[in-house]
Write a new protein. Structure first.
Length: 715
């Protein structure tokens, strides 16, 4: 009897189970390949992928076959075998143009001329699909594009896609240390298990390469910019080689950070002076050793004379001297040097100006294989910065963009913030360096100043958390970087749309509202953290939470009060000619945009002006009232996100639903914390009341000033 009841229960459970959405932990990222429920679409797909064949024999081709087997079987629910030879029934044919006359007869010379070695062509006719390229890597990118179309349930009818990447070096910068901690990492420890490499190859390395390949990322810097010379010693190079060998068939090149003082630390030299012959020789030999092990090694990323890192200025040499020495060492092997322009010192009266002051005089002095890597804004990855003036100032030097995927200043591992709108805002900005339309995009892709070497870097947000990025939505920022590097004309909306559909579901009742949340999220964060051009008012050290009163660090340019300059008269940093005149680093048209306090866009007001508390904003409100309005609307946005998210429960698995729900509630708590702490603090200067329509902070300023977060991650 008991057994019978238990059986009955089991039967009921078994019957209910398939109706529930299976729990997911996020490990599969946007490559889940769930069965498509739309039957007519499925019929169309099946016709287009009948008897699939992939031609070629490289490791990349093997990877493609595995991917297709998994994807086609998953998406259609039928098991597929990928053939290596053309059959009569083959509707789906992939391979380089040289692998088959079927392919080469369909693709014209003109079409081929429009793609580079990584580009691809996809053509479909009823019952025929051709995916081709000049190289197997190009075919792989085409395959991932095709699978993206299927995953996002696009029609495969009459496709005529010719696609080639707009940016050459599409690169992740891992700030990962050899002890596996990650500087500004909010997703666990480093995925690189240096201790066990090269003997233990974690499956994650392959999945990492595969995920990057699926979005076109073709380069990775494995180590922290605050570099450790030990990675350049032989045992570590063996480990690097193991990763490079693994990544190669996925089209990914490996780079390392070079510690400028390595010749002293591991080479036992007395100096690291870049004009010293022995030092130059040391680097040449070291580089040769690296290339003997890793023939396609990408090169080095260098942070020098910044935040205590050693560099050429220690020997009274310039950044160009340092970069060129390394560039000469890697040049015979086609390597490149990415030399960072993130420099500042307390000597300058405005940190905003420092990178320009140090680098502008060096324009044209760098070797051809040097890219100067510039952070998107003049300070440091803040929620909103104007574009770095360097983008309009270095016509004779190829500049690469550095974005930060890891959300150091954007709520770290707990806030949902989709960064594509931030990236696009910067790329769209007009430097006017060669007249109207001299956008940052054109500087970065090399078209404005005629450079063929170009790159965009994203400081990685990847760790060993099961879902890779900690916050489930942080994956979208990794995804966005890859997609935008490939084609910076994609809109934030399209990127969000693709990502949501692949990561969660194609159901429009889920996609539309979630997309709205994502697209609003960055502005919401700006509002509850640093509205109207406030900047760098976060907690010191770990940078989690508000600390606008911060004034205890011994370098003024590390203290929040340096950045907002609040006093009885007003708030904001005067960077006009009456102030530090940092605005003069921009073209006159940009200066004109920001110079006049009454015309300056609200978003940038306090970046460039010390505005009176009763300054009239574009809304008609006083500055103080506008500040109260913005802080409150930031909080309200998060409340709305939570409400919206709650209504979407039935569309996705419980695990991810719950995790995101809880994270959104942390985000709300933090938003309220930011709002209350900042308004109470700035109120001590404005002496104005918080307008009655807004919530009153429930605690005193002292309460917020006494909050101590001792162990925030990533520090
Ligand atoms: C920020 C960050 C540091 C990092 C630095 C850099 O200042 O807080 O952790 O090292 O940027 O980009 O070099």
């Amino acid at each position: 009897m008991v057994i019978l009841i238990m059986r009955k229960k089991l039967l009921i459970i078994l019957l209910i189970l398939p109706a529930l959405v299976k729990a997911e932990n996020g490990y599969d990222l946007w490559l889940r390949y769930k069965k498509i429920s739309n039957n007519s679409l499925l019929d169309q797909y099946k016709k287009q992928i009948t008897s699939p064949v992939v031609l070629g024999s490289s490791q990349t081709i093997t990877i493609i076959k595995t991917e297709l087997t998994q994807a086609f079987s998953g998406l259609t629910g039928i098991s597929y075998k990928i053939s290596s030879a053309l059959e009569k029934s083959s509707a789906f044919i992939a391979g380089t143009v040289s692998t088959s006359t079927v392919i080469s007869s369909i693709i014209t010379k003109e079409e081929l001329g429009r793609i580079d070695n990584e580009g691809f062509i996809i053509k479909t006719r009823p019952g025929k699909t051709i995916i081709t390229a000049k190289t197997d890597i190009g075919v792989m990118y085409g395959i991932f594009h095709f699978l993206r179309l299927m995953q996002t349930q696009q029609s495969l009818v009459d496709l005529n896609i010719i696609s080639t990447p707009k940016i050459k070096v599409r690169i992740l910068n891992h700030w990962d240390n050899l002890n596996r901690t990650v500087e500004r990492g909010y997703a666990g420890f480093s995925i690189w298990d240096w201790h066990k490499l090269p003997d233990l190859i974690d499956k994650r390395y392959v999945d990492y390469a595969r995920a990057n390949a699926s979005i076109g990322i073709n380069s990775t810097v494995l180590t922290n910019v605050n570099a450790n010379a030990v990675v350049l010693t032989e045992p570590y190079l063996e480990k690097v080689k193991a990763l490079a060998d693994l990544f190669r068939p996925y089209g990914i090149k490996v780079y390392l950070t070079a510690r400028f003082s390595a010749p002293i630390e591991i080479g036992k030299l007395k100096t690291a002076d870049p004009v010293n012959d022995t030092v130059q020789l040391w680097w040449k030999q070291k580089v040769k050793e690296v290339y003997e092990m890793i023939p396609d090694f990408g090169g080095f990323l260098v942070k020098a004379n910044s935040e205590g890192q050693p560099g050429p200025q220690d020997y009274k040499r310039t950044h160009a001297d340092g970069a060129n020495m390394l560039a000469d060492a890697v040049a015979p092997f086609n390597g490149i040097i990415m030399w960072r322009a993130f420099v500042y010192s307390s000597a300058s009266n405005d940190r905003f100006k420092q990178a320009y002051e140090e680098f502008k005089p060096l324009d044209g002095k760098f070797r051809k294989n040097v890219l100067v890597q510039v952070k998107n804004g003049p300070i440091d990855f803040q929620p909103r910065e104007p574009f770095s003036p360097l983008f309009g100032a270095m016509a004779q030097t190829p500049l690469m963009m550095e974005f930060q995927l890891t959300q150091e200043y954007l709520g770290q591992g707990t806030h949902l913030v989709f960064e594509a709108p931030l990236f696009k805002e910067v790329l769209h900005a007009d430097t006017y360096s060669k007249g109207k339309g001299s956008t940052v995009t054109k500087v970065i892709d090399g078209s404005l100043n005629d450079f063929s070497l170009n790159g965009i870097a994203g400081v990685s947000n990847i760790g060993n958390d099961i879902n890779w990025c900690g916050h489930p939505f942080a994956q979208a920022n990794w995804y966005a970087l890859g997609r935008l590097c490939w084609d910076y004309n994609l809109s934030s909306e399209q990127i969000a749309d693709e990502w949501i559909k692949q990561t969660f579901t194609n159901d429009p009742l889920f996609v539309q509202p979630v997309k709205k949340i994502m697209l609003q999220s960055r502005e919401a964060l700006v509002n509850y953290m640093t509205p109207l051009g406030l900047t760098h008012i976060m907690y010191n050290g770990h940078h989690y939470g508000p600390m606008p009163w911060g004034n205890t660090l011994n370098r003024p340019d590390w203290n929040p009060v340096y950045y907002h300059k609040a006093d009885a008269a007003g708030v904001g940093f005067d960077r006009t000619a009456k102030g530090t005149n940092a605005l003069a680093q921009y073209a006159i048209e940009v200066q004109n945009e920001f110079n006049d306090i009454n015309k300056c866009p609200d978003e940038y007001l306090l970046w460039f002006h010390h505005a009176a508390w009763d300054h009239k904003m574009h809304s008609g409100r006083t500055l103080w009232d506008e500040l109260c309005y913005r802080y409150n609307s930031g909080v309200d946005s998060v409340r709305a996100f939570i409400k919206q998210w709650y209504s979407l429960k039935k569309y996705i698995d419980e695990d991810r639903f719950k995790q995101i729900d809880q994270l959104l509630n942390i985000q709300l708590k933090d938003a309220i914390w930011w709002r209350n702490a900042c308004l109470l603090y700035f109120q001590t200067f404005s002496n104005m009341p918080i307008p009655p329509q807004y919530e009153k902070p429930g605690r005193t300023l002292e309460y917020y000033q006494n909050i101590r977060i001792l162990y925030a991650p990533g520090n």
